[in-house]
Design a protein around this ligand. Structure first.
Ligand SMILES: [Zn+2]
Length: 215
C-alpha cells in the first residue's frame, strides 16, 4: 500500500505518520530526506538541486519529481509500500508523479488528508509555549500554565518559537490552501482520498486512520 499523507502545519501529520509507518510496515519518506540523500550521495539530481538551494531558490518541480520517483524505485527494502510526507506539494507535481508511476507498483493507492479547521490550527500553533530550562510544553489555550507565561515546574518564563507567530503561520496556511488543497481535490476526483477529522483526541483520530486504511 502506497500512501500520501497531507495536512496543514499543526495538523498532527508527523505524529500519525510515525504510527502509520509502524502499524502497516511502510517506508516513511519525506521530501527532505530525499533531498538530503541525493545531496549527500552527490547524484546528478542532487548536484542540480544544490545549485538552486545554494542560491536560496526553490528547486524546480521537474528535479523534485525525478528525485522522488528515483528514490522510490531504488529503495532496496520495499516493505509493504511507502508513506510519503510533504509531496506532492503542487498540482503540477501530482500530475507529473502520476505520469511517472502510472501502472507501476509505485503508484499511490491512498491519500490521507488530515482535516483541521484553520482557526484550530492557529490556536494550536500560536498558543504553543515551551520552557527552555526543563523542556515542559504548554498551550496557552488548551493546557495553560497556572501563572501566565511561567513554567509550572521550574518557574522560568516560557518562550515561543520565532515561527509560531500569527503572521508567519498565515503565510504557511495560505501556501497550503493555494497549493496543496488543489492536490487533494485532484485525488478526490480519483476517489482515493480518506478524510480524517483531526480536530479530536489522539485515540479517536488514530482509530479513524486505522479504519480508513484497513478497508
Ligand atoms: Zn520549566
Amino acid at each position: 500500500m502506497n500512501i500520501f499523507i497531507m495536512g496543514a502545519p499543526g495538523s498532527g501529520k508527523g505524529t500519525f505518520s510515525s504510527r502509520i509507518k509502524d502499524e502497516f510496515n511502510l517506508n516513511h519518506i519525506s521530501t527532505g530526506d530525499i533531498f538530503r540523500a541525493n545531496i549527500a550521495n552527490d547524484t546528478p539530481l542532487g548536484q542540480q538541486a544544490k545549485a538552486y538551494t545554494e542560491k536560496g531558490l526553490l528547486v524546480p518541480d521537474e528535479i523534485t519529481n525525478k528525485m522522488v520517483a528515483d528514490y522510490l524505485a531504488n529503495l532496496t527494502d520495499k516493505k509493504n509500500g511507502y508513506l510519503l510526507d510533504g509531496y506532492p506539494r503542487t498540482l503540477d507535481q501530482a500530475k507529473a508523479f502520476e505520469q511517472m508511476t502510472k501502472g507501476t507498483d509505485l503508484a499511490v493507492d491512498v491519500v490521507v488528508a488530515m482535516d483541521v479547521p484553520f482557526d484550530v490550527l492557529t490556536k494550536r500553533i500560536t498558543g504553543r509555549r515551551t520552557c527552555k530550562k526543563c523542556g515542559a510544553i504548554y498551550n496557552i489555550y488548551t493546557t495553560p500554565p497556572q501563572t501566565e507565561e511561567i513554567c509550572d515546574v521550574c518557574g522560568e518564563p516560557l518562550s515561543q518559537r520565532k515561527d509560531d507567530n500569527e503572521e508567519s503561520l498565515k503565510v504557511r496556511l495560505d501556501e497550503y490552501a493555494k497549493n496543496t488543497e488543489p492536490v487533494i481535490a485532484y485525488y478526490e476526483e480519483k476517489g482515493i482520498v480518506k478524510h480524517i477529522n483531526a480536530d479530536r483526541g489522539i485515540d479517536e483520530i488514530w482509530s479513524s486512520i486505522q479504519e480508513a486504511l484497513k478497508n
